[in-house]
Design a protein around this ligand. Structure first.
Ligand SMILES: [Cu+2]
Length: 141
């Protein structure tokens, strides 16, 4: 049982690695918000963000990745990168677009899905182990 748990902890997670892929996300920027406000990708994904500015010029700067893109009014601009850093990163508008510009903020999650599934997997393993230990007729106890 211990070996199974160890293997589960360190063997690459099949669902997550199978999902490493090209991700195309469209984010609409309007004064003063992003839609969607948060995006989630898997580590290693090739991410392309299409930033569509619906009213005035807006930008999108990703903290931690130090990437920036700006889109003219009514236009779409693209930004491509490999999500090679895990964690949660803020992205924010990089063009002064109005009074509430400093509050134009969104979130990029890289890899939270895998952690979530790994956590669920551990919970299930723990449950299975618990049943196995207390089952009737287990002479090892
Ligand atoms: Cu702005």
């Amino acid at each position: 049982m211990g070996l199974v748990v160890l293997a589960f902890a360190f063997v690459p997670f099949p669902i997550a690695s199978a999902a490493t892929t090209d991700r195309h996300v469209r984010i609409e920027a309007s004064s003063f918000q992003y839609t969607p406000e948060a995006i989630t990708v898997n580590p290693g994904d090739h991410v392309t963000i299409d930033l569509a500015a619906t009213d005035v010029v807006h930008g999108l700067y990703i903290d931690g990745y130090e990437l920036n893109v700006t889109a003219d009014p009514g236009q779409t601009a693209s930004l491509s990168f490999v999500a090679d850093r895990s964690g949660t990163f803020r992205f924010r508008c990089s063009v002064t677009c109005g009074a509430l510009h400093p509050f134009m903020i969104g979130k990029l999650n890289v890899g939270s899905n895998e952690l979530l599934w790994r956590g669920l997997g551990f919970a299930m393993l723990a449950a299975v182990a618990g049943v196995w230990l207390v089952r009737p007729g287990n002479k090892r106890l």
